[in-house]
Design a protein around this ligand. Structure first.
Ligand SMILES: *Cc1c(COP(=O)(O)O)cnc(C)c1O
Length: 240
């Protein structure tokens, strides 16, 4: 099996190639390394290789791994080139009763799909005197997904979320279905891009509304071609 460093390089090379096909710059795109399938040694390795944004889809796992990573960074010698801090991204379905423990450690929440969840995050954030960036998770593949707000309801929800003072509505997130049919995947990403442009164009969310989080191991090149600004990639780096 190839080493993590080689797989990471392969992913970055493919991102660069997709960027040049689309007339984009790799610097426009943030890579969130999804660690749910990784061991701590592998996570330490991607950090040594310069990755500063990591993602998990479960709160318990995010807390556990973030603590392990903190310990790793605290033990590193002062002259190491390791980052001081990792940005943690919550990318999976979030239950309201987990918000309080998540907020102090997370940099961005990608999975807002109800007003009640947004309101819960807003009131907990107010207590902590923070305004975390959040993304609206949109279901762009209709019946094929369990989570995410339907495209047709997303404008209204974004208007409601934009009124919450302790949230920074910063963009939208979507997942394409697992299929070999790349035209279906591309359609989902195009829908997300159009919705993103509409919310931005109507000025609903403010100037921080800049992120389009889409693209995983099996489809990130298509996502780059369709305008993704954040990729969430796990297995292409840690397995296979
Ligand atoms: C697991 C996961 C990813 C990464 O998936 P890979 O196929 O391992 O790259 C991205 N986004 C979400 C929401 C996930 O749960």
């Amino acid at each position: 099996m190839p080493k993590i460093a080689d797989k990471l390089k392969r992913v970055k090379d493919s991102i660069a190639a997709a960027c040049s096909r689309a007339g984009r710059e790799p610097s426009e795109i943030k890579l969130v390394v999804v660690t749910k399938s990784a061991e701590i040694a592998g996570i330490e390795e991607v950090i040594r290789l310069g990755c500063t944004d990591l993602g998990e889809n479960r709160v318990q796992q995010l807390k556990k791994v973030a603590a392990q990573v903190d310990e790793f960074l605290a033990k590193a010698p002062a002259n190491s080139n390791l980052p001081k801090k990792i940005n943690w991204h919550m990318i999976g379905h979030l239950q309201r009763n987990k918000v309080r423990q998540l907020l102090p450690i997370v940099s961005m929440i990608h999975s807002i799909d109800t007003l009640r969840l947004a309101e819960e995050i807003n009131s907990e954030a107010a207590l902590l005197k923070i305004s975390p960036p959040v993304l609206l998770q949109v279901n762009t593949s209709m019946e094929m997904q369990k989570f995410g707000i339907p495209v047709g309801a997303a404008i209204h929800l974004s208007e409601q979320i934009a009124t919450l003072a302790n949230l920074k509505l910063s963009g939208i997130m979507t997942m394409a279905p697992l299929t070999r049919d790349t035209s279906i995947i591309r359609q989902c990403f195009v829908r997300a891009k159009e919705l993103f442009a509409e919310i931005k164009g109507e000025g609903i969310a403010g100037s921080q509304f800049n992120e389009l989080s889409m693209g995983m191991s099996s489809d990130y090149e298509i996502a780059v071609e369709e305008g993704a600004t954040i990729l969430r990639i796990g297995s292409a780096i840690f397995t296979g």
